[in-house]
Ligand binder design. Structure first.
Ligand code: NAP
Length: 326
């Protein structure tokens, strides 16, 4: 089969499209013909060696995807030949071969059926970002209706968090550096948008909120903007730290946490067990159905244009970047 192979860690420029051995089907696995795959920044981090996983090389990246069942391993029930299946976050593309390939073997407990009314493209790109957004929204326990602020809101996780938070009844404030993407985020459910590159963004958020403050911030960006976030947080405010696209936080004063009893919590979708991920996925689907939301696709690239697809992801998408494999 054809696959994008990573021969050594260091850069996604080390990827090459080549012939690769067919996946081995172990007990408990299902073999998929990959139809669509989706990109995530973590694929790049893994290629750069900046991710904890150290898979055997050459490695095949790609955590998300949808495919057609070609074979079912021993001990697997619930899947038939030619069924369509989407991959829920697990070892695929991390510790074992991923979806930037024509075929992939997936543990059956990391598969789900394509939700009714969804296209295959929508199914291919959803699970990792919606599960991440779900963990970010729920990790501090059950809550009422909150003011939720989302940074990097136009990206994969940001769109998922915006849609889920709006469908959960939260008041969503979405940050984007692009006026066009901000307008789209308002259509997706954000009550207010602001540009984090505008030095007055905190003032405009506080003016919008009146006497209220942000209860939960979901931060996909890190960098110098992280400390700015704290200025709009309310008493007992919580911050779910998801990503750090702008790099490390250069300066942070721990005293900024004291007086409002702010809490910071890391998000790691990979810490969901297969059972927890399946349960969270069911909650995600119920929530999205309530808000009539669907995954948002930024762009789709043919299989031989994975480098161009990574360039599009790095440029800042509006939703998800897909790879058309079949
Ligand atoms: N912890 C976890 O379990 C987990 C899971 C999934 C993803 N992540 C991480 O979460 C982060 C977001 O992932 P994603 O898939 O949503 O990324 P993405 O699709 O690439 O989008 C991120 C968005 O952030 C904005 N952005 C990018 N670079 C920026 C910068 N330097 N400064 C300010 N804004 C910037 C852009 O929006 P605008 O152009 O509109 O401003 C972009 O559309 C990544 O770091 C990813 O690795 C973590």
């Amino acid at each position: 089969m054809k696959a994008w192979l990573l021969d050594k860690l260091g850069s996604i420029e080390n990827l090459r499209l080549a012939d690769a051995p067919e996946p081995e089907l172990h007990s408990g696995d299902v073999l998929l013909e990959v139809i669509y795959s989706a990109l995530n920044p973590a694929d790049r981090y893994l290629a750069e060696g900046a991710y904890p996983a150290r898979p055997a090389l050459p490695h095949i990246l790609g955590r998300d995807g949808v495919g057609r069942v070609l074979a079912v391993g021993s001990g697997v029930s619930g899947w038939q030949l030619n069924d369509h299946a989407l991959i829920i976050r697990g070892p695929v593309g991390v510790e074992r071969a991923g979806t930037f390939a024509q075929r992939v073997a997936v543990p059956a407990n990391c598969l789900a059926h394509v939700p009714g009314g969804w296209t295959l493209q929508q199914a291919a790109c959803a699970s990792l970002v919606y599960l991440t957004a779900w963990q970010a929204l729920t990790q501090f326990g059950p809550v009422g209706r909150l003011v939720v602020l989302i940074t990097g809101a136009s990206g994969g996780v940001g769109v998922a968090a915006t849609q889920l938070a709006a469908a959960m009844g939260h008041h969503v404030i979405a940050l984007s550096r692009s006026p066009d993407k901000a307008a789209k985020l308002r259509q997706l459910g954000a009550a207010f948008t602001a540009d984090p590159a505008d030095p007055t963004w905190r003032k405009s958020v506080l003016t919008h909120l009146g006497s209220r403050r942000v209860d939960l911030a979901i931060d996909n960006i890190g960098g110098s903007g992280f400390s700015e976030l704290l200025d709009v947080m309310g008493m007992w405010g919580k911050i779910s730290v998801v990503g750090r696209l702008a790099g490390p936080v250069p300066q942070f004063n721990t005293a900024s946490l004291f007086f409002r009893r702010l809490r910071i919590g890391g998000v790691a979708v990979g810490t969901y067990t297969a059972e927890e991920a399946q349960s969270a996925w069911r909650h995600v689907l119920e929530t999205l159905a309530g808000g009539d939301h669907r995954p948002l696709i930024d762009s789709e690239f043919p299989f031989d244009q994975l480098p161009q697809a990574f360039a599009k992801l790095a440029a800042g998408p509006m939703g998800k970047v897909l790879l058309r494999v079949r």
